[in-house]
Write a protein that binds this ligand. Structure first.
Ligand code: AMP
Length: 189
């Protein structure tokens, strides 16, 4: 038996919709999906879910690290940005490949021997572990950056990249898709 869809069909399912889907039997015995639960904020994936999977370690450099050393750190760890921090706890800035490229284009190779503080972004946007994945995705898109440090009570507790967000969202959508397919084909009730 094919479960009935809500009046708005799938259009009513926003990006914040979350598993698990529930089902209930109507008086006539028909199976209905319980969309209310799907739309509940309670099921939103959070940054804490991402950190649970990837860990909380963050590569940091001090503000006086020279840019050539920064290049070595980025290459060694295979990453695109590091948090700038004097003692590895507070966030004093963030510096990404993009800052290096811009500074090189503007001022040439001389920047390689300058401190990171000369090219970093000091006004850092951070999030807490409770932030929803969807909100952080939107934040990265509208502000046009690909990295967001996670901070708890002023202390650095993780870093999320656009790659982490996209991976988590793909996993999430795949689970949602297979759950829905299971209900529709009758393999799940
Ligand atoms: P990205 O896309 O992360 O490589 O960064 C693009 C630009 O945004 C660079 O100038 C970074 O220093 C800056 N940036 C990266 N992440 C953040 C952040 N969370 N808050 C503020 N600026 C950032």
């Amino acid at each position: 038996m094919v479960p009935s869809l809500p009046a708005g069909g799938f259009a009513g399912v926003t990006a914040s919709s979350r598993r698990p889907l529930g089902t209930e039997r109507a008086g006539d015995g028909a199976l209905h999906l319980t969309w209310g639960r799907l739309l509940s904020e309670d099921w939103a994936m959070r940054i804490s879910d991402v950190l649970r999977a990837k860990g909380q370690q963050v590569v940091t450099v001090s503000p006086d690290t020279v840019v050539s050393q920064l290049l070595a750190v980025l290459a060694e760890h295979g990453i695109g940005a590091v948090v700038v921090s004097r003692e590895g706890v507070t966030v004093d800035g963030i510096v990404s490949e993009r800052d290096i490229v811009r500074a090189l284009a503007k001022r040439g190779a001389a920047i390689l021997s300058e401190p990171v503080s000369a090219i970093h972004t000091a006004d850092v946007v951070t999030v807490t572990p409770e932030a929803s994945l969807e909100d952080v995705e939107r934040l990265m898109t509208t502000r046009r950056f690909r990295h967001v440090p996670v901070v708890v009570n002023g202390a650095l507790s993780g870093l999320v990249s656009i790659g982490d967000v996209v991976k988590e969202r793909i996993d999430e959508l795949e689970t949602e898709r297979s759950t829905l397919a299971g209900y529709i084909t009758g393999e799940r009730v």
